[in-house]
Design a protein around this ligand. Structure first.
Ligand code: SF4
Ligand code: SF4
Length: 367
């Protein structure tokens, strides 16, 4: 039973992660990091790397999310969602369906294909899929990125496999600290130990080689294969399987941890989507200039999917010299310099940036 549910969840998860780079919102990938311009396309908006407060909040949200999910649902990620588990499970089931090719050969061949797919999928989170496929084996950087990842992922999946989960994975090590007595785990029912047939089918089914009868193990990835194996034996005798899920999901900790995670997510979303359409920064360059003239550097960030045409002006008493009509592509960044000449103005210049639904003022010192 759990095996079938797990396959459905694993397949949906694989489709979601592989398909997400193909989803476009406001003309850009739903989720993609643009290395060249150091910006993250985030579900119809854009986050710039200099927006540290958003990145810190996103990290806080992620940490809270991991803590809440692990404290309540235990190792559900490991057994049901982790790409490592998904691809090892899928390659094992392909190998089972192709016995004429030999289990080992078909498993390694399937893993070769899955590793290439994972490497491509990671690439698509940095380069739009159509562009990545067009430039694969033509652009050296993209080709090396793809091939190096492919080899590393294949080596990890084929030769480390489940040992990665039990000995290297940092998330697996962190989980023990987040568990409490009510966390959802798969446990052997000791109260019925005398009825157990000691057939060891549960041990044979376990992908990490645990004997669930010996009690909880930090190596358990909560895949529920032992429950299904035991159910085959016990159902014939009209009994419940001996291993089973145990835990208390509806406890105060679940609600306050879940509440904090939802609140952090809502605050993050509100901060991303309530930013001004255009972010404008301008500061005076320290270089010594002729008397009555200062030089200023400006930078502009278009946070929307609309192209922008803006005008940079100064208040009476100062004249801006240089390019004052500034054009921005959707989700783009631009920077430049202007000179400002005093025509009676003193102390500070009030810059004005005007455009469609944009009116920003910044006061900067003038020497
Ligand atoms: S003990 Fe059961 S749930 Fe844990 S890894 Fe083994 S088969 Fe999966
Ligand atoms: S599969 Fe079930 S009956 Fe057989 S040894 Fe394991 S727990 Fe006991």
């Amino acid at each position: 039973m759990w095996h079938r549910y797990r396959r459905i969840v694993e397949t949906l998860q694989a489709i979601l992660i592989t398909g997400l780079p193909f989803v476009r919102i406001n003309g850009q990938s739903a989720l993609r990091f643009d290395i060249a311009e150091l910006k993250l396309y985030f579900f119809g908006s854009v986050i710039w790397m200099n927006e540290f407060y958003l990145i810190l909040l996103a990290i806080l949200f992620f940490m809270l999310f991991i803590t809440a999910v692990t404290a309540v649902f235990g190792r559900v990620w490991c057994g049901w969602l982790c790409p490592q588990t998904v691809f090892l499970d899928l390659s094992d089931s392909i190998a089972r369906r192709l016995p004429f090719l030999g289990r080992t050969f078909s498993r390694y061949t399937a893993l070769l294909f899955f590793s290439a797919l994972v490497s491509l999928t990671i690439l698509w989170y940095f380069v739009p899929p159509a562009e990545a496929m067009l430039r694969l084996f033509r652009a050296p950087v993209i080709t090396v990125f793809f091939l190096v990842q492919w080899v590393l992922i294949y080596a990890e999946l084929a030769f480390l496999g489940r040992r990665f989960c039990t000995s290297i994975c940092p998330y697996a090590m962190m989980q023990n600290a987040l568990f409490d007595k009510d966390t959802l785990v798969i446990e052997y029912d000791r109260s019925r130990e005398n009825e157990c047939m000691q057939c060891d089918d549960c041990v044979l089914a376990c992908p990490v080689g645990i004997d669930i009868k010996e009690g909880l193990s930090s190596k358990c990835i909560a895949c529920a294969e032992c429950i299904d194996a035991c159910a085959v034996v016990t159902e014939k005798r009209g009994m419940k399987p001996f291993p089973g899920y145990r835990g208390n999901l509806l406890r105060p900790k679940s609600f306050w941890l879940g509440g904090m995670t939802v609140a952090a997510g809502l605050i993050l979303a509100a901060m991303i989507y309530s930013r001004p359409a255009v972010s404008f920064q301008i500061y005076r360059d320290p270089e010594i200039m002729p008397e009555g003239i200062n030089r200023y550097s400006w930078s502009l960030y278009n946070n929307t999917s609309q192209p922008r045409k803006l005008e940079l002006l100064s208040e009476d008493g100062f004249v801006v010299i240089g390019e004052t009509i500034l054009e921005l592509e959707p989700f783009s960044f631009s920077k430049g310099k202007v000179l400002v000449r005093s025509e009676g103005g003193k102390g500070s210049v009030l810059f004005k940036l005007l455009g469609d639904k944009v009116e920003i003022e910044k006061s900067v010192g003038f020497l």
